[in-house]
Ligand binder design. Structure first.
Ligand SMILES: [Zn+2]
Length: 328
């Protein structure tokens, strides 16, 4: 339980970091206007010539202080540097949530295998009070974390839900089939309850078609929103995950506010007409690279939500750019 003064301004900073050919990471930082950090969440990591996730976390002085780290799936573009992020930014109460990588004998890339081994070794031989809280393959829609706020401030509660392909994978295991890596990917939704409304954020990882279908089927029963203030578009705006658009579009007149994607250049992602379709369910869509003008590079989209008046400040660093309407 966190107690805040009535007039203390509360903000949420979101970063979507993308690199020139592939690789992404997202950050969610709940803080006061004075810069006190109330909660922090890291989703995935990548580093190449620069280490933007590390740079931003260290600018926020989050060494040993991050609350939740989510590694969505063991593909290099969501993973490089994840072990170093865990080492530098976690403490023993940090929750570390991964796809189902710690059980079973699946083989991953060299880099991802290294992170899996690192996670296996983290708690080895340690007494339970010194163990890190590693949670592999959470159930859908399990609550990963919940923070409640006391007092008369505008913010009441933050809830983080894990979207995991549990039932689907369960079925696959029954058939003795090995799931592909995107099918094991997890994602998370952050619901922030304010005095009179809820603001919602979705970090969709590389969520697979079948997981989105499960989300679609369970949404009403599990109280999963269909309108978001922010969506990290699944799977770099590929046509494979375009059923997310249908999931979002059934929400009536009101649209989601903002959706962003990173790139996977070799796979020709994002697909421009998929992004144009996202524009029908979100007010604004942006990408970490200027794909239309073929300017690929490190791009960071930074949003700062003021929860007191619900205003949002958007900053685009590097190659990050807004997707304009298609001509004609
Ligand atoms: Zn990816």
């Amino acid at each position: 339980m966190i107690t805040l003064g009535k007039t203390e301004e509360v903000h949420i900073s979101i970063y979507h970091i993308g690199y020139d050919s592939e690789g992404e990471s997202s950050l969610f930082i709940l803080h006061t206007a004075a810069g006190n950090i109330l909660y922090s969440l890291v989703i995935d990591c990548y580093e190449k010539n620069s280490k933007e996730t590390d740079r931003i976390l260290s600018e926020w002085h989050l060494e040993g202080r991050v609350n939740l780290i989510v590694w969505t799936h063991p593909h290099d573009d969501h993973s490089i540097g994840m072990d170093r992020i865990i080492e530098k930014y976690s403490n023993k109460s940090t929750k570390i949530c991964t796809a189902n990588v710690l059980t079973g004998g699946q083989k991953y890339s060299k880099e991802c295998q290294k992170i899996v081994s690192y996670l296996h070794l983290l708690n080895k031989g340690k007494e339970s009070i010194y163990r890190k809280k590693i949670n592999s393959l959470c159930h859908f829609p399990e609550i990963l974390d919940r923070i409640e706020f006391n007092g008369k401030n505008v913010i009441k509660k933050v809830e983080i839900l894990c979207i995991a392909p549990f039932s689907y994978l369960g079925g696959m295991q029954g058939l003795n089939k090995k799931p592909n890596i995107n099918q094991m990917g997890i994602a998370c939704i952050v619901k922030v309850l304010l005095n009179s409304e809820c603001v919602n954020f979705m970090f969709a990882g590389d969520m697979d078609h079948a997981t989105i279908e499960a989300l679609n089927n369970e949404a009403e029963e599990e109280n999963i929103p269909r309108i978001y203030n922010y969506i990290k578009i699944p799977h770099h705006g590929s046509a494979d995950a375009k059923n997310m658009i249908e999931f979002l579009s059934t929400s009536g007149e009101k649209k989601s506010e903002y959706a962003t994607t990173s790139v996977f250049k070799d796979k020709k992602l994002p697909v421009m007409n998929v992004l144009q379709r996202y524009k029908k369910v979100a007010e604004e869509v942006a990408c970490t690279s200027d794909v239309e003008n073929e300017k690929y590079g490190t791009g960071i989209i930074h949003l700062d939500y003021n929860l007191n008046d619900l205003s949002v400040k958007k900053e685009y660093e590097g190659t990050a750019t807004i997707i304009e309407d298609a001509e004609g």
